[in-house]
Design a protein around this ligand. Structure first.
Ligand code: CUA
Length: 318
């Protein structure tokens, strides 16, 4: 069982996030110190003026002191900003270096879920999934980020900073996990009604487990064997489901919604909104608008027998 980590900027699990950490601490410590000094000076000046009204009477000596104070504060500000600039520049230069032979994963942000593809020169070996990225521990992963609708932002804080997914433009982000774990990631750019419920999980596994996962994802769905699941497949293929979803090995091939070929193997449904259990799945299929108002999926008030059969079928999609 791989440990699960909530998203956290101060708990880096990879080289990129670790590289951000000293910059983060430096900025917070310097900014807090400057803020405290400015507020303390302001309070001191205000209180002093109240206690001795003659204190701000202009004299040449006071003018000189004020000028020295202003020049000193300006010099300190310039030096601090320069240090910030150099620190920021060196950190981002180090992060911008492209790794050799990374694993490439294509991520497309949709309102409000994540379309994931593992490209391959052999079309049959390409993998399409949703809302879950599996990566091998210790190998750099190059995420190529796009969006067909609005601007989203990919943010897995334990692994790296944010990067926008911009319509008509491909962005790249490198992540690398140095230990196994399930890391929560979240859309970090307001992208409409259900922006908050646009999460995903990055699952870092030992390389052998990752390869086994990838192989399993390459296979089409196993045809259902028991009669209930077979009926469920008929429900899927004859009701509205088939208009938006694809299941490998069946006539269902729409790319409008998430690919469901291996739905039952995923951690969550509805882009990280609910745990992937038959009960939650039943609620989601019946009335997704109650769970994610505004989501593109319509309600599906199926007769109870058909819903049970559909759930039995979806549970076979391992
Ligand atoms: Cu996608 Cu916010």
């Amino acid at each position: 069982m791989i440990a699960q980590f909530p998203q956290h900027v101060l708990e880096p699990a990879g080289r990129e996030a670790a590289r951000h950490l000293p910059l983060w601490w430096f900025m917070i410590i310097v900014s807090t110190t400057v803020y405290v000094i400015v507020i303390a000076t302001l309070l001191y000046a205000t209180l002093r003026r109240r206690q001795e009204p003659a204190a701000d009477e202009a004299t040449p000596e006071r003018h000189r002191r004020a000028a020295r104070g202003i020049i000193g504060a300006t010099a300190v500000t310039v030096v601090l900003l320069l240090v910030f600039l150099v620190f920021d520049f060196t950190t981002h230069r180090a992060l911008a270096a492209m790794p050799v032979a990374p694993l490439e994963v294509h991520v497309s942000g949709r309102q409000w879920w994540w379309h994931i593809e593992y490209p391959d020169t052999v079309p049959q070996r390409r993998v399409t999934t949703a809302n879950e990225i599996h990566i091998p521990v210790g190998r750099p992963v190059l995420l190529k980020l796009t969006s067909p609708d609005v601007i989203h932002s990919f943010w897995a804080p334990n692994l790296n900073g944010k990067k926008d997914l911009v319509p008509g433009h491909e962005n790249a982000l490198v992540i690398q996990a140095d230990r196994p774990g399930k890391f929560r990631a979240q859309c970090a750019e307001f992208c409409g009604h259900q922006h908050a419920k646009m999460a995903l999980w990055v699952v870092a596994e030992p390389p052998a487990e990752f390869e086994a996962w990838l192989d399993a994802q390459r296979r089409p769905a196993t045809p259902p064997t028991d009669s209930l699941a077979r009926l469920g497949q008929q429900v899927f293929l004859t009701r509205t489901c088939v208009m938006c979803h694809a299941i490998g090995g069946t006539p269902a091939g729409s790319r409008f919604g998430p690919d469901l070929t291996h739905l039952a193997s995923r951690l969550t449904i509805a882009a990280g909104t609910l745990p992937n259990t038959p009960g939650h799945l039943a609620g989601w299929i019946t009335d997704p608008q109650r769970i994610k108002p505004g989501v593109r999926m319509p309600p599906n008030p199926l007769p109870p027998g058909e819903l049970q059969a559909l759930l039995a079928y979806l549970e076979t999609l391992r």
